[in-house]
Design a protein around this ligand. Structure first.
Ligand code: KIV
Ligand code: ZN
Length: 394
């Protein structure tokens, strides 16, 4: 790792697991469940929590209200469409928060204007202007999201953004709502906005990426490189369709190269695994075995060459220390790809010392067993040891 003498730029992590993440089909949460998850998010060092959509149901209103009252060390975000009733509900639900923002969204792409909003561009600019002005009477920090921004032409996008800045929006979140952008496109869009939008140098910028092409983390990193200081994420990447930018992947991409990137987050990485497990359990969403960072296989090694290297020095095949993520230890999986060194190591972990001859004989029998089935468990290994090496088990 390079050494860095200047201070890193702080990237603020905005968690929307309880709002956008909850929009994943089947992921709906009860208020008590949201409160438990929000406590864990706060413990993990999240900067801003978006706990729900207050107008959407009495339960969501209550969850946002209770989280605002209880979690005084975290900024709470009230989510709203650009309509007065939504803004009123978001303002009311978050009024006891120690610090808060209102996050207002309104579509900007032609396809959304024509088929969803059924409004003209002029009407959209007027709505955005009027509703940001309305919300600004109650809350100072106003985040504005032009929905489907990455499929909106620059000219109209800039017009909307200039209008909301003039009314007092303080954070511009420019979402890739349908997960369409490529990293270089998404980064370039932020650069153009920062350079060309009137007042664009007076506000903060936020990225919000969906994962339809598997690029949500890459796009968020490109946005950071383009100067964004807030990134919107969800735990385990849950969210609409293919989900949102995954918190754990983004944070660890930064963590593993924070000196060379010159940025850092305030996330307590040792809470990442607990948080991931909790969200998966409560939402009833299993985590894919091969999911980066938190998947079952993320720190397991089966190939003999890898196991051998790992036993000599973990850095040969691991770029992160699983213990720093709250994951108990990296595991060597014994299967047909495992070598003698790994077998000897695992048997040694059970306090069993084998002679070279005994190890040869165990290795042959182990390979036969591994060919019959995909993995050899510790119990099966001990049976093999017992039947191979008389007296060693006592
Ligand atoms: O994906 C999206 O556009 C959103 C916004 C409303 C921010 O979730
Ligand atoms: Zn979204």
């Amino acid at each position: 790792m390079e050494n860095n003498t200047t201070a890193n730029r702080r990237i603020r992590i905005f968690d929307t697991t309880l709002r956008d993440g909850e929009q994943a089909p089947g992921a709906s949460l009860y208020p008590e469940e949201k409160i438990r998850i929000a406590r864990q998010l706060a413990l993990m060092g999240i900067d801003t929590i978006e706990p729900g959509f207050p107008i959407s149901s009495p339960g969501d209103f209550q969850a946002v209200q209770q989280i605002s009252r209880e979690l005084q060390g975290v900024e709470i975000c009230g989510f709203a469409r650009a309509v007065k009733a939504d803004i009123d509900a978001a303002v009311k639900a978050t009024q006891d928060a120690a610090s808060r923002r209102i996050h207002m969204f309104l579509s900007s792409s032609d396809i959304h204007l024509d088929f969803q909003l059924r409004k003209s561009r002029q009407q959209v600019v007027e709505m955005a202007r009027a509703m940001v002005g309305y919300a600004k009477q109650f809350v100072d920090r106003i985040e504005f999201s032009p929905m489907d921004a990455t499929r909106t032409g620059d000219e109209f996008l800039f017009e909307v953004l200039e209008a909301v800045i003039a009314e007092g929006a303080t954070i511009l979140n420019i979402p890739d709502t349908v997960g369409y952008a490529l990293p270089e496109e998404y980064g370039a869009m932020f650069r153009r906005v920062r350079q060309s939008v009137r007042g664009g140098d007076t506000v903060e910028y936020s990225a919000h990426c969906h994962n339809d092409l598997g690029l949500a983390v890459a796009n968020s990193l490109a946005a950071i490189a383009a100067g964004v200081t807030h990134v919107e994420v969800t735990v385990n990447g849950v969210g609409e369709r293919a989900g949102n930018c995954s918190l754990e992947e983004l944070v660890m991409a930064i963590e593993t190269r924070k000196h060379s990137m010159g940025v850092e987050t305030g996330i307590v990485t040792s809470e990442i695994f607990n948080t991931s497990k909790m969200v998966s359990r409560i939402m009833g969403f299993p985590i894919a075995y091969n999911k980066p960072i938190v998947g079952r296989n993320a720190f397991q090694h089966e190939a003999g060459i890898h196991q051998d290297g790992l036993l000599k020095n973990r850095n040969t095949y691991e770029i992160m220390d699983p213990e720093k993520l709250g994951i108990p230890r990296s595991m060597i999986i014994l299967g047909k790809h495992s070598g003698r060194h790994a077998l000897k190591h695992r048997v040694g972990q059970f306090g069993i010392e084998l002679t070279g001859e005994e190890l040869d004989s165990l290795y042959t029998r182990f390979k036969e067993k591994a060919d019959e089935q995909k993995m050899v468990t510790d119990d099966q290994l001990m049976e093999l040891v017992g039947s191979t090496v008389d007296g060693q088990m006592e």
